[in-house]
Design a protein around this ligand. Structure first.
Ligand SMILES: [Zn+2]
Length: 344
């Protein structure tokens, strides 16, 4: 097992890893708003934000450059730990409209604790040559950010690749030619249903560096235990919001369950502050409550994994049970297990 615990010392405080950065849709023109969770769910004093969409939201950006802090704008305590990615995911389809310099300026203005470098994500539909161009571009952007970066915030180089060798080479090249506090693996979301492939790619990144490893976008209830097992230090997710939108109820230890499949239940199988006192009917009609529960479910999943490790229980045995209910994820975990065993 590659699971590991570390501490990050950041401008706004310390964070114990592994940790989830729940996605805050602040700045996005979207109805999928993130409910308040900082202060309610003690595990998450963290947030992932999109630097570009905040900068492009004019009234908000004006407030932020006129003395309002990002944390005030988000209505969270000033010691909330913020990871600002470049917003590169939007460049899957759109033209790149930012530079490493402008992104760093924005991240600094926002008072982020961790900066992700500008990246141009890959697509499964792209030809190999186009994806290679994007990989090289992201590496160049990362090196430029490394040259320009000053201050106490951590700089994570965003890395992409759809084969293990490309990822390994990119990280080694960045390690040699730049100065980064960690690496953030992107472009996994478009291939997330290919668990075997994602597992191999994450493992290649984990092997290429001992520094902090973040995986963009894969902190949902199924991926979380897999990533913990593979030694990933942090991840982010908006799955708790999207699942609530789809009326999907996340259950720690199991995964997602459409609410329509369990309509006859009065009480839900979760004692979190949302579900413990309420009946299913109330939660079904309250999307914010469902979103909050889903985030609790992610916290509980993480707590449970930590418990298994701390109590000295057999993690692989726990994961055998955890994944036995779904053939696809069970096979992905089996692949991961074989690969990890070869390493350790
Ligand atoms: Zn609950």
């Amino acid at each position: 097992m590659l699971y590991r615990r570390r501490k990050l010392d950041l401008p706004h405080g310390k964070v114990q890893t592994p940790v989830l950065f729940p996605v805050r849709n602040i700045g996005k023109r979207s109805s999928d708003n993130t409910p308040a969770y900082v202060g309610t769910i003690p595990d998450f004093s963290t947030a992932m934000i999109n630097a570009r969409s905040i900068r492009n939201r004019e009234p908000m950006w004006n407030r932020l450059t006129n003395g309002v802090t990002l944390r005030e704008e988000m209505d969270v305590p000033e010691d909330t730990i913020v990871f600002a990615d470049s917003g590169g995911f939007d460049f899957t389809a759109e033209e790149i409209d930012t530079t490493p310099a402008e992104t760093l300026d924005t991240q600094a203005q926002l008072g982020a604790d961790i900066y992700g470098t500008v990246d141009v994500p890959l697509s499964r539909e792209n030809r190999a040559a186009e994806n290679q161009r994007r990989i090289d571009q992201s590496v160049e952007y990362a090196l430029e950010a490394s040259d320009r970066h000053t201050g106490d915030a951590l700089l994570f180089a965003s890395v992409h690749g759809y084969d293990p060798e490309t990822i390994r080479n990119s990280i080694q090249h960045l390690e040699k030619n730049g100065d980064f506090d960690g690496y953030a693996l992107g472009s996994m979301v478009p291939i997330r249903t290919d668990y075997k492939k994602v597992t191999k790619l994450v493992l290649s990144a984990r092997q290429a560096t001992d520094k902090h490893l973040h995986v963009y976008g894969l902190g949902g209830i199924v991926y979380q235990p897999l990533l913990l097992y593979l030694g990933v230090d942090s991840f982010d997710s908006s799955a708790f919001i999207r699942s609530a939108g789809n009326r999907n109820y996340l259950i720690p230890g199991f995964g997602g369950e459409p609410l329509r499949n369990i309509e006859s239940l009065d009480r839900l199988p979760c004692p979190c502050p949302v579900c413990g006192q309420r009946e299913l009917d109330e939660i079904r009609e309250d999307r914010t409550a469902l979103t909050k529960h889903n985030l609790w479910a992610l916290a509980i999943e993480l707590r449970r994994f930590r418990y298994v490790v701390e109590a000295g229980r057999d993690v692989e045995e726990y994961l055998d049970l955890r994944f036995q209910g779904n053939e696809v994820t069970r096979r992905a975990y089996e692949t991961a297990k074989q690969q990890v065993r070869r390493l350790t």
